[in-house]
Ligand binder design. Structure first.
Ligand SMILES: [Zn+2]
Length: 297
């Protein structure tokens, strides 16, 4: 009798502790790491450093969120990634992609397995077909594939949005950007939700694309088809992934809806609640002009 009573007390104490731990886990501040790539392109284009600092500023008022900014490429000491709930990689991709170089696929893969969120933006959604593409499909659902995907400059009309936390408060918008489309998604598309979709005109499909100029027959043949420029993935390991193909022009961060959909996604990959009306933020002209990369000599 005494033993079973003690047992009961022990079990209830343990349950109490478990619920306390769960509550503590839920209120524990989340850590978001914003990783900017190295300097590239001309002024106003691929402004990764200025972009992530602007996003960090916009998230300053978000409660229970700690934002760590990594500037100018993959850091020498990457230990902050171990405590990250979510990571944004806004950087040049392809063979020099910061998440695939120097055996980092394994490092990042381990983080993904424990449920760390990942969002890749603009060139950061592109990796070589034979290095990292499989991993990217696992981590964020799809990636840009050279000569399969294309990269025209155009102004998609984003008119409707799915029922999804990332859509919260986002109103129809259109901005000109190098919106890549026709990503190489995983064949098993369960868990992928297209967030920003639009139908490119036949003229957009004809090119020229930024590089290579194209046009590609398979892109032209798909005329009339809806394309996905941003998507969200619920991974089977419990983690969350997002791909966002815009972000070429720094000036686009001035657009409230463009900014909001990205800020919402950054909370979402950290498994945070996205406010009903989305993340509120304002940016001034001074904010827009701040932290731009120095001009190349
Ligand atoms: Zn670009």
């Amino acid at each position: 009798m005494e033993l079973s009573r003690r047992h009961f007390l022990t079990v209830s104490a343990a349950l109490g502790l478990a619920s306390q731990l769960k509550a503590a886990e839920e209120t524990k501040p989340k850590t978001l790491v914003l990783m900017a790539g190295t300097i590239s392109h001309g002024p106003g284009d691929h402004e990764f450093n200025a972009g992530v600092r602007l996003l960090a500023k916009c998230l300053e008022a978000t409660k229970s969120l700690k934002v760590e900014v990594l500037l100018s490429g993959y850091p020498k000491d990457d230990s902050v990634l171990d405590v990250a709930d979510g990571i944004l990689c806004f950087a040049d991709g392809g063979a020099g992609h910061p998440l695939i170089r120097d055996a980092r696929l394994e490092r990042i893969g381990k983080l993904m397995k424990k449920g760390t969120g990942l969002m890749c933006a603009h060139f950061g959604v592109e990796v070589p077909k034979d290095i990292g593409a499989k991993e990217f499909r696992d981590w964020i659902g799809g990636c840009y594939e050279h000569e399969f995907s294309c990269n025209p400059m155009w102004s998609p009309e984003f008119k409707t949005f799915p029922e999804h936390a990332i859509s919260n408060g986002v109103k129809p918008f259109s901005v000109k950007d190098e919106w890549y489309f026709n990503m190489r998604f995983r064949e098993y598309t369960k868990g992928i939700t297209p967030i920003l979709t639009a139908v490119p005109s036949d003229k957009v499909r004809e090119g020229p694309y930024v590089y290579p100029k194209g046009p590609y027959n398979h892109i032209q043949a798909a005329k009339g088809q809806t394309e996905t420029m941003m998507w969200a993935l619920d991974r089977t390991d419990g983690g969350r992934g997002v791909g966002f193909t815009g972000g070429h022009f720094h000036k686009n961060w001035k657009d409230d809806n463009f900014r909001k959909v990205v800020l919402n996604a950054l909370l979402w990959i950290c498994k945070m609640d996205v406010p009903k009306d989305g993340v509120a933020s304002t940016v001034t002209d001074d904010d827009m002009a701040a932290n731009l990369d120095p001009k190349k000599k």
